[in-house]
Design a protein around this ligand. Structure first.
Ligand SMILES: [Zn+2]
Length: 144
């Protein structure tokens, strides 16, 4: 018997069951055929995020950001690099707090950029301010 994990599709929100040993093989969503572990940040809205936190068996890193925030734009390529380096181990999501203020309120986002790490249905840790890719991957890895 192989173990499987629940993955919430970052594109359509469908819950997928994927055998654990196939996580690194680029699994796609059974509903919309988009990658479940894309290795690049995916934009997500408030409802989708809440669902993903509740149902995902894979650790998720969420970058709370806004278009007017300079440090957020500075960190974006670093966050993308970290997502590529951690492909298959963690899902990297971005939540635009200007478009989705309810998500910011739900997670007490006081200042941005803010990285939140979710696992097992709850927030595990948060990291404030812009960080280089190495600091992001080091931080996530320390919690896996
Ligand atoms: Zn999907």
């Amino acid at each position: 018997m192989s173990k499987s994990m629940h993955l919430v599709c970052p594109s359509c929100g469908a819950i997928n069951r994927v055998p654990t040993e196939r996580l690194g093989e680029g699994p796609v969503c059974g509903k919309c055929r988009q990658p479940l572990m894309p290795g690049e940040p995916v934009e997500i809205g408030a409802a989708q995020l809440a669902r993903a936190i509740a149902r995902s068996d894979v650790p998720m890193v969420v970058d709370f950001w806004a278009p007017w925030c300079g440090p957020c734009r500075t960190m974006a390529p670093e966050f993308a690099r970290a997502a590529a380096q951690m492909k298959g181990r963690a899902l990297f999501l971005k939540c635009n707090t200007e478009e989705h203020p309810q998500a910011g309120r739900a997670h007490q986002v006081q200042s941005i950029p803010l990285l939140c790490l979710f696992a097992g249905g709850r927030e595990v840790d948060r990291l404030m301010g812009a960080r280089p890719a190495s600091a992001i991957t080091g931080w996530v890895t320390s919690h896996l």
